[in-house]
Design a binder for this molecule. Structure first.
Ligand code: BES
Ligand code: MN
Ligand code: ZN
Length: 496
């Protein structure tokens, strides 16, 4: 993984060079095991320094003591956990992310030992540190000025039972890799990550046992994907659809669950061209597809006991002599016709065909699509929560719960007949835009017309997939949003 950190788990007390990180509550007392390892002299130093720096041990605050007397470490970093009440509901990945941001040595030892802490907690701390450490600088050729470059390369998490923590971290590492894979794809510039290259990059999934099938224009037109191909026809870059399969369930004939992603490598708007301001962000219009790829990696690499299909439609939406026009009528794979009102409403055209194909060919238990679909969802919900539309209360509740557990929150939005009516067309079965009002909901209603009698959820991730609020576990523009959510959904509900 690109400039990742090495994380190891070890026994308590092995303090060497670099940073030593310890955790304290608002009583500033070191846990007995840590006190034993560092000695009373260091504990006294901490008490004095805390008083002089007004460090109160509040949750997610830090105190750094350079060159502490009586300690081999170069620096003692004290991280607050807050009151007993705060400690009962620690966000472990956030704690790991915050910790990674406070460490400035090349190596760090982190003393994670107090009553009640589990191997899973330790693994989540490691996850947070890994995700916080990620940054995308492949295209920066100048070195960062001294003092600004990230230094941390090796983090040793010291716990009571290193073997158990190591085992828990194996599955969590698979998820971290999936998130980082998704971030990489979203961050890549669109001249590099065009549809063909995106498809090629999914081939690495075969290394973890995912079968990868790549369909090109010929196969797509044989399948009748007229809506998806209509978007692609304005670009010199060919369309691709990638079907990824992971069969991890004990019963190979168990129907799969299906994740479907919008992969518009660049969305110029097409003939209904977007205004120039911020158009560069439309390289991230493949965040849904990136999430599906990252999730497939996570599930396969941790050998999830479930059968899954991941399907992504990858195109570029460009204006050209051959581009589709407002007024065009295209025929989707389902046979339903679509009047193009606005060529910038392209994501739903891509999803319509991929969803139709997946539900016909693989008979999934349920389907979840993820798409940076509308600016309207950002107006409605902002950049910290994704819009959820579903035809199934149970699936919606499970997604909501997974969102609460991971912090990748979703908010259910309505699907009512009025939204469906808004996309009736004068000339075709439907039109691809219902206008400004309720833009996220009419887009969801459009997709719903391609869903048969299958539980389905649509996540509009336009606000969260890129340039969203930075958090303790993410400083990257491409967030890799949704990988942890979907992994959690599967883990909590569908692994038998
Ligand atoms: N990719 C955009 C939506 C988007 C906007 C994603 C901002 C991320 C940030 C989508 O293809 C789009 O252009 N939607 C239009 C639909 C409209 C023309 C009906 C929109 O939201 O304005
Ligand atoms: Mn668009
Ligand atoms: Zn788009």
């Amino acid at each position: 993984m690109a400039d990742g950190i090495t994380i190891a788990f070890g026994a308590l007390g092995q303090v060497g060079q670099g940073d030593l990180v310890v955790f304290v509550g608002d009583d500033l007392q070191l846990p007995a095991t840590i006190l034993e390892a560092v000695g009373q002299e260091v504990a006294d130093l901490l008490t004095r320094a805390a008083a002089s720096e007004r460090f109160k041990g509040k949750s997610l605050t830090a105190l750094t003591l350079p060159a502490p007397a009586g300690l081999k470490a170069d620096r003692l970093v004290v991280i607050g956990l807050g009151s007993d009440k705060d400690r009962a509901k620690i966000d472990w990945p956030a704690l790991g992310g915050f910790t990674a941001s406070k460490v400035s040595g090349r190596t760090a030892h982190l003393a994670l030992s107090w009553p009640g802490i589990t191997p899973a907690n330790a693994a989540d701390v490691a996850l947070g540190a890994r995700l916080r450490h990620y940054s995308f600088d492949r295209y920066k050729t100048k070195k960062k000025p001294e003092g600004e470059e990230p230094k941390l390369t090796t983090l040793t998490v010291m716990v009571d039972d290193p073997a158990a923590a190591q085992a828990a971290a194996k599955a969590v590492d698979a998820v971290a890799e999936g998130v980082i894979m998704a971030r990489e794809l979203v961050n890549e510039p669109p001249n590099i990550l065009h549809p063909e290259e995106f498809a090629r990059r999914t081939e690495v999934l075969s290394e973890v046992g995912v079968s990868v099938e790549i369909l090109g224009p010929k196969e797509l037109s044989e399948l009748g994907m007229g809506a998806l191909l209509a978007v692609a026809q304005g670009s010199t870059k060919e369309a691709r659809v990638v079907i990824m399969r992971w069969n991890g369930a004990p019963d190979a004939s168990d129907p799969p669950i299906a994740f479907i992603g919008k992969g518009v490598c660049f969305d110029s708007g097409g003939i209904s061209i977007k205004s120039a301001g911020g158009m560069e962000d439309m390289k991230g219009d493949m965040g849904g597809a990136a999430c599906v790829v990252g999730t497939m990696h996570a599930l396969a690499a941790r050998k999830a006991r479930v059968n899954v299909i991941g399907a992504i439609g990858i195109v570029e939406n460009m204006p050209d002599g051959d581009a589709q026009r407002p007024g065009d009528i295209v025929t989707s794979m389902s046979g339903q016709t679509i009047e193009i009102i606005n060529t910038d409403a392209e994501g739903r055209l891509v999803l319509a065909d991929v969803i139709w194909h997946v539900q016909g060919a693989y008979k999934p238990k349920f389907m979840i699509d993820l798409a940076t679909l509308t600016g309207a969802i950002i107006v409605a919900l902002g950049q910290d929560i994704a819009g959820l539309f579903s035809n199934d209360d149970d699936l919606a509740a499970k997604l909501t719960a997974a969102g609460e557990a991971t912090g990748e929150a979703v908010w259910r939005m309505p699907l009512i007949p009025a939204y469906d009516k808004a996309i009736d067309s004068k000339f075709a079965d439907m039109k691809n835009s219902g206008g400004r009002h309720g833009g996220a909901a009419t887009a969801a209603s459009f997709i719903k017309r391609y869903v048969n009698d299958v539980p389905w959820a649509h996540l509009d991730i336009a606000g969260v997939a890129m340039s969203s609020s930075s958090s303790e576990i993410n400083r990257s523009w491409g967030a890799g949003w949704g990988v942890r959510l979907l992994d959690r959904l599967v883990r909590d509900n569908y692994e038998g």
